[in-house]
Design a protein around this ligand. Structure first.
Ligand SMILES: Nc1ncnc2c1ncn2[C@@H]1O[C@H](COP(=O)(O)OP(=O)(O)OP(=O)(O)O)[C@@H](O)[C@H]1O
Ligand SMILES: O=P(O)(O)OC[C@H]1O[C@H](OP(=O)(O)OP(=O)(O)O)[C@H](O)[C@@H]1O
Ligand SMILES: [Mg+2]
Length: 282
C-alpha cells in the first residue's frame, strides 16, 4: 500500500484534500481523523502537521507527501519535489520598519525573527551576512514592535499583515513557494504506484487549467482558426455534413477561453462551445 502524508491543518490542508478528492481518492470526513485507508486505490493517508511532512518522507517512513516548498526547504529533510501542485502560493520575504535597512547586506549585527529558521540561516549565510536568527512559532510580524528583532522573515501572500504592522518588504523574495508533492531523495524513480498517483494529480491539474473548445468553421478559414487553438498536440478537425464546413475540437487554457472565442468569431468560427474537462490522462 502506498503511504501518503497529507497536511492535517492550515492553508495547505483543505486544497490538498480537494485535489485528492478530484483525483478519485477517499478523503476524511472528520478533521480529527489522523489515518485513513483507501483500500480501493491501495493507498493509506496520514494526516500530519505540514511542518513534519518532509521529515516523515525524508526518513522513508512514508512514501510521498504534500507540503509547501518553503516548509520542505526549511526542514532540511532528505526529500525532493516531484510535482508542483499550483495552490498555497506565497513568497517568503524579509521586512522591517521603514528606515532600518534597504538590503539584506545591511542586516549584519541585527536579529531576524522567523518561523523558518533553517531557511533564513542558510539564506543569510549564503549572502555572507552575520545576523542572529530567533525562531518564533507564528505572528512574527509583532516581534519588531515588541523589540525581539529588527527584521522579520515570513510568508507573504497578499501583504496585508505586513502593511497592517507598518512594515515594508526588503529585497527580492527569498523564495517563491507553492504546495508540492515530495518523495525521499534516492527513492525508486520507477515505483509504479507513485507514477500512477502522480498521473492522477497531473490529470486534475490539466482539468483545472484547460477547457475543451468546439466550433464550426468554413474549411478555407480552418488554418487561421487552428492557429488560435493549437491544442496540446494538435486539434481534431472533422468534416461537417454541410459541405465546405469543418468542426474543430481543441483544449485551450481556461484563463484565455473568452479572448480565444472573440478571436475565433472574428475569423468566422460559429457555434463555439466551451465545456469543462472533469478528468484526463494525457
Ligand atoms: N496566507 C498564508 N499564510 C500562511 N501560509 C500560507 C499562506 N498562503 C500560503 N501559505 C503556505 O502554506 C504553508 C503553511 O502551512 P501551515 O499549515 O504550516 O501554516 P498556516 O497555514 O499558516 O497555518 P497555522 O499558522 O494556522 O498553523 C506554507 O507552505 C505557506 O507558504
Ligand atoms: O500576506 P498575507 O495575506 O497577510 O498573509 C501572510 C500571513 O499569513 C500567515 O499568518 P497566519 O495567519 O498563518 O498566522 P501565523 O503567523 O500565526 O502562522 C503568515 O505567517 C503571514 O503572517
Ligand atoms: Mg501560519
Amino acid at each position: 500500500m502506498l503511504r501518503i502524508a497529507l497536511p492535517n491543518k492550515g492553508s495547505l490542508s483543505e486544497p490538498a484534500s480537494a485535489m485528492l478528492h478530484e483525483a478519485g481518492y477517499r478523503q476524511r470526513k472528520d478533521s480529527r481523523e489522523l489515518v485513513l485507508v483507501d483500500p480501493e486505490n491501495n493507498v493509506e493517508f496520514f494526516f500530519l502537521r505540514p511542518r513534519d511532512i518532509a521529515v516523515y518522507v525524508g526518513s522513508g517512513r512514508l512514501d510521498i507527501g504534500i507540503t509547501g516548498r518553503d516548509l520542505l526547504l526549511d526542514s532540511g529533510a532528505c526529500a525532493e519535489e516531484i510535482l508542483q501542485l499550483g495552490f498555497a502560493r506565497s513568497t517568503f520575504r524579509y521586512a522591517t520598519l521603514p528606515g532600518t535597512a534597504k538590503d539584506v547586506s545591511e542586516f549584519g549585527g541585527m536579529t531576524v525573527a522567523t518561523s523558518f529558521s533553517g531557511l533564513v540561516a542558510k539564506h543569510l549565510a549564503d549572502n555572507g551576512v552575520d545576523a542572529s536568527v530567533v525562531r518564533l512559532d507564528g505572528a512574527v510580524e509583532t516581534a519588531i514592535k515588541l523589540g525581539v528583532a529588527e527584521v522579520i522573515a515570513d510568508v507573504v501572500e497578499t501583504g496585508t499583515t505586513l502593511r497592517n504592522q507598518g512594515l515594508e518588504i526588503i529585497s527580492d523574495p527569498i523564495l517563491d513557494s507553492e504546495a508540492v508533492l515530495i518523495r525521499r531523495v534516492g527513492a525508486d524513480p520507477d515505483d509504479a504506484r507513485v507514477k500512477q498517483f502522480v498521473r492522477r494529480l497531473q490529470g486534475v491539474l490539466v482539468a483545472r487549467r484547460y477547457v475543451m473548445m468546439d466550433y464550426d468553421i468554413r474549411a478555407e478559414h480552418v488554418e487561421e482558426a487552428v492557429a488560435l487553438t493549437p491544442g496540446l498536440e494538435s486539434p481534431t478537425v472533422s468534416p461537417l455534413h454541410n459541405e465546405g464546413w469543418v468542426a474543430v475540437r481543441s483544449m485551450v487554457p481556461r484563463k484565455e477561453a473568452q479572448r480565444i472565442m472573440d478571436d475565433l468569431w472574428e475569423v468566422g468560427a460559429r457555434a463555439i462551445l466551451v465545456t469543462d474537462i472533469h478528468a484526463c490522462r494525457l
